[in-house]
Design a protein around this ligand. Structure first.
Ligand SMILES: Cc1ncc(COP(=O)(O)O)c(C=O)c1O
Length: 370
């Protein structure tokens, strides 16, 4: 296993005695960030943890004109013993490389990525909120730095990680979301960059999302871009439908869908909690018929932010469909608790998913709320 030599620069903003309230999502950032650079002759180098600061991008950088950028997202969770858990960080690192590939960007050693996250989180642990459901969000980013107006892959890159203390997604308890099925706008297409976490995918989703918001919905359900018939994802989450309270179906990874780590974890966990699971193509009209008949008893989004976001209402071509009772169902609650208990280290982790970040006793006492 490789071990990075990380230079620690002085002069950062320490964690405040009290974190801002309300915290929101991604509104506040910790005092330090991790950076490293890539050039063709040196490869990845200059690993540094220093003060959080602007990155000073050249106006002609390829990242700006060609959008050659990728990112990822995971969280560190407070454990009952005062240490922190990273949840399957090597999966995020693998996905970062999966994102890099179609964007013609250089991959990064998995262990080095995990070490960079763990080291930054260890130094910044005092920013981790302690309230139930809150966490320290971890955002790794890579951008193309070459200064040119040519349309080509950059030869030099900046990688950085920033951290954001985030509130629980459902602060007042589980709430159902309303979702508009988009049959005019599409997100990504097989053979494109749908499996990459690259800003272009999110930029391309903004018009459809704004339309859904102004029509009174909170999220968009994206259909496949070719036939506009099969369910892909919901907002920035994967999606699952529950049939008869027991059988869970989620769209298979078609090439246009992000490989969600929460999705992967639920597919592994749900059978151990008594459910059957199936990855398959889901025809939106069939699914809505099953919602109407009550065959589908629940639907929910799946992702790091909320873990599970129950869908209460689906809108499609001018008609609304209430899912189950319209309220969060028992399967969503069961799976949410099952996964969150592992993430926060409240129960034993039989899958080996969590990686403990040890906080030294002397510094543990400074942690927020400790
Ligand atoms: C488009 C999209 N789909 C699905 C997900 C869920 O992935 P994960 O469970 O790894 O957070 C995300 C979040 O990263 C996303 O942006």
């Amino acid at each position: 296993m490789s071990k990075l030599e990380i230079r620690i620069e002085p002069g950062h903003q320490p964690a405040p005695a009290q974190l801002p309230d309300p915290l929101g999502f991604g509104k506040h950032f910790t005092g330090r960030m991790f950076t490293r650079h890539y050039t063709q002759d040196k490869g990845w180098h200059a690993e540094t943890i220093g003060p959080y600061r602007p990155i000073g991008l050249d106006p002609a950088a390829i990242a700006v004109h060609c959008g050659q950028m990728i990112f990822d997202g995971t969280k560190a969770y407070h454990r009952p013993d005062g240490h922190l858990n990273l949840f399957r960080p090597e999966k995020n690192a693998e996905r970062f490389n999966r994102s890099a590939s179609p964007m013609a960007m250089p991959p990064m050693d998995i262990d080095e990525q995990v070490q960079s996250m763990a080291e930054l989180v260890r130094l910044e642990h005092a920013w981790t909120p302690k309230q139930e459901g809150a966490a320290l969000y971890i955002r790794p980013v890579m951008i193309g730095l070459d200064t040119t107006l040519e349309v080509r892959a950059s030869r030099s890159y900046l990688f950085y990680i920033i951290l954001s203390p985030v509130a629980p997604y459902f602060a007042g308890g589980f709430k159902p979301i309303s979702v508009l099925v988009s049959d005019d706008f599409v997100r990504t297409v097989r053979g494109g960059t749908g499996e990459a976490k690259t800003p272009g995918n999110y930029a391309g989703s903004l018009r459809g999302t704004e339309n859904a918001l102004s029509a009174g919905y909170q999220q968009v359900l994206w259909l496949d871009a070719v036939e506009r018939r099969f369910v892909d994802e919901v907002g920035a989450m994967n999606i699952a439908f529950v049939y008869g309270d027991k059988h869970i179906r989620t769209p298979s990874l078609s090439g246009a869908i992000l490989h969600g780590i929460t999705r992967d974890s639920l597919l592994r966990l749900a059978p151990d909690l008594g459910y059957t699971v199936e990855e398959t193509r889901i025809d939106v009209k069939e699914a809505l018929r099953d919602v109407e008949s009550g065959t589908i008893t629940e639907a929910f989004g799946i992702g790091t932010g909320a873990v599970i976001a129950p869908v209460g209402r689906l809108g499609y071509q001018g008609k609304d469909y209430k899912v189950g009772t319209g309220e969060p169902g028992p399967v969503a609650r069961h799976l949410f608790k099952g996964l969150a208990d592992i993430q926060y280290g409240r129960i034993a982790d039989p899958y080996g998913w969590t990686r403990k970040v040890e906080i030294q006793a002397a510094t543990k006492a400074q942690a927020i709320g400790a």
